[in-house]
Design a protein around this ligand. Structure first.
Ligand code: CUA
Length: 345
């Protein structure tokens, strides 16, 4: 190969790299960015796209050159020349990819290190996942919620536990993602920089209700966050301070909260709760006419009697262990109250 051919191939590779990169960078691969981590990760993605375009261009140009330069002449039926090793070429094609991969790895390492650095003024949130619901506990504020509220422009550290199987924490706009593994506490941090409503998505196949395992995420100003915390505290205070929980309105509230917290709304349609999932039977249809005892049995021993069209083992059978007597009672009362006088035929 002459020097001119080398230069022409190099030029072709550079032109192709530019063309492919420009086209690939037009796509909005990750959607809206809503955290400082997202900006860093998106830049990393762009750099990787350009590097990959360069590697792809090398392959394309070499392939094109070989097809054109070494094509068989018409009527040539002979075998090709036997090819022996080419030490210089082999060293080159080992060394160059090694350098590219190492540079990419080093750059990724730097970004990861920056993303995972803890800020002293960060907010701590404990996340608990179970089939098929999320729960958020704010240890410093003494608040628990099924909605994730976080202040904007401040780092939040999520310390996460799974009760049953592996789940995965992902708010697409924040980019960061981390598994929750039973028996371990895993951590992930995010610094949201875009206010608004988002969704926390479970991104590890965790059972039949996996696709419904979402939680609302609200990113708001520190003042709005503080106001929300104060509001939650008031609610929890009234629940705890109410003495005997004989007030039916309060008990219904507790049942309604449990219905969301325990993931019931992830699988069942219940118009009173505004849930529309169809993993399990629609409660508006199957509950009317059932006694509280029947409903309780269906919660703690779901396979004992199955609704038509639903198989064994779809509903988790551990609610008898995870709910205490009082919670179970609130949940049953709530279900009775919210389906009373409906659809019974
Ligand atoms: Cu939890 Cu998928």
């Amino acid at each position: 190969m002459t020097r001119a051919t080398y230069l022409r191939m190099l030029a072709a590779m550079i032109v192709l790299t530019v063309v492919i990169s420009v086209v690939m960078l037009q796509f909005d691969w990750n959607g809206t960015a809503g955290s400082t981590e997202a900006d860093e990760i998106d830049t990393l993605t762009d750099v990787m796209i350009v590097v990959s375009s360069f590697v792809y261009s090398i392959v394309l140009v070499m392939l094109g050159y070989s097809i054109w330069r070494f094509r068989a002449k018409p009527g040539d039926e002979s075998d090709g020349d036997a090819v022996h090793g080419n030490t210089r070429l082999e060293i080159a094609w080992t060394l160059i990819p090694t350098v590219i991969v190492l540079v990419a790895a080093a750059y990724s390492w730097v970004i990861l290190d920056r993303i995972e650095a803890r800020e002293p003024d960060r907010l701590n949130v404990n996340v608990t996942a179970q089939q098929f619901a999320w729960q958020f506990e704010y240890p410093e504020q003494g608040v628990t919620s099924t909605e994730l509220h976080v202040p904007v422009d401040r780092q939040t550290e999520f310390s996460m536990q799974a009760i049953d199987v592996i789940h995965s924490f992902w708010v697409p706009e924040w980019r960061v993602k981390k598994d929750l593994v039973p028996g371990q506490t895993t951590h992930v941090t995010a610094t949201p920089n875009l206010e608004g409503s988002f969704a926390l998505v479970c991104t590890e196949l965790c059972g039949i209700g996996h696709s419904t395992m979402r939680a609302p995420v609200v990113v708001e100003s520190q003042e709005d966050f503080d106001a929300w915390v104060a509001d939650q505290e008031k609610d929890e205070g009234s629940e705890a301070g109410g003495g005997a929980v004989e007030d039916p309105a309060e008990e219904a509230d507790a049942g309604e909260a449990l219905f969301a917290e325990q993931g019931c709304s992830g699988c069942h349609t219940l118009s009173a709760a505004g849930s529309t999932a169809d993993i399990g039977p629609a409660l508006d249809e199957v509950l009317p006419g059932q006694s509280p005892a029947d409903i309780e049995t269906s919660i703690i021993d779901p396979d004992s009697e199955l609704s038509e069209g639903f198989g064994q083992g779809i509903m988790p059978d551990n609610f008898g262990d995870s709910l205490d007597e009082e919670q179970l009672q609130s949940l049953v009362d709530y279900l009775v109250a919210s389906t009373e006088g409906q659809g019974a035929k």
